[in-house]
Ligand binder design. Structure first.
Ligand code: SF4
Length: 181
């Protein structure tokens, strides 16, 4: 069986889904026997490579996310929505009830941790180009598998990943109920 390649991506999320991925613990060795992780928040790769499986955490909140997700889709054979923010937009979409200019003003100017000039300490930082409404991944690109949960359980993440790396289709039907973290 051909060795596979994996990418994990963090868009509009809190990184909790990646923490759950790390919670597969020693089973990462099973993954490492079958695949190489080419891009991830824990791997220092700049360009998004061609991969067999991409796990994407978080929703789409900005032009940058939208472009990144389109590139990920083009370069990934299988794209997985990882966690409720990716699947439904979840807590990240709480800002949808506000005007995006108000959100930017609050986050970059008015928040007590900022300097009042539109910069957080350590800046200058480029301002995000927020899209009007936060959306889940499948509203931007085709998604092949959905792993819900906030965060999803490590067991479910490992199960789906291990099946795909072994060229099997994960069984996410009622017989195998998803575990929530
Ligand atoms: S689904 Fe939950 S754990 Fe995952 S990024 Fe969203 S808020 Fe964080």
């Amino acid at each position: 069986m051909k060795r596979k390649t994996i990418a994990t991506v963090w868009l509009g999320g809190c990184s909790g889904c990646h923490m759950s991925l790390l919670d597969i613990d020693e089973r990462i060795l099973e993954v490492a026997k079958l695949a190489d992780i080419l891009k991830s928040p824990i791997v220092d790769g700049k360009e998004f490579p061609e991969v067999d499986v991409a796990l994407v955490e978080g929703s789409v909140t900005s032009d940058e996310h939208q472009h990144e997700l389109e590139v990920i889709r083009q370069k990934s054979k299988i794209l997985i929505s990882l966690g409720d923010c990716a699947v439904t937009s979840n807590v990240t979409s709480m800002r949808n009830q506000f005007n995006k200019e108000d959100v930017l003003n609050y986050a970059y100017k008015e928040a007590i941790s900022n300097d009042g000039q539109g910069q957080m300490p350590g800046g200058p930082w480029p301002l995000l180009h927020l899209i009007e409404k936060v959306v889940p991944l499948h509203e931007v690109v085709k998604v092949d598998y959905f792993i819900p949960g906030c965060p999803p359980s490590a067991d479910t993440i490992f199960y789906v990943l291990f099946e795909l790396l072994n060229d099997r289709i994960p069984d996410l039907s009622a017989e195998r109920k998803l575990k929530y973290g």
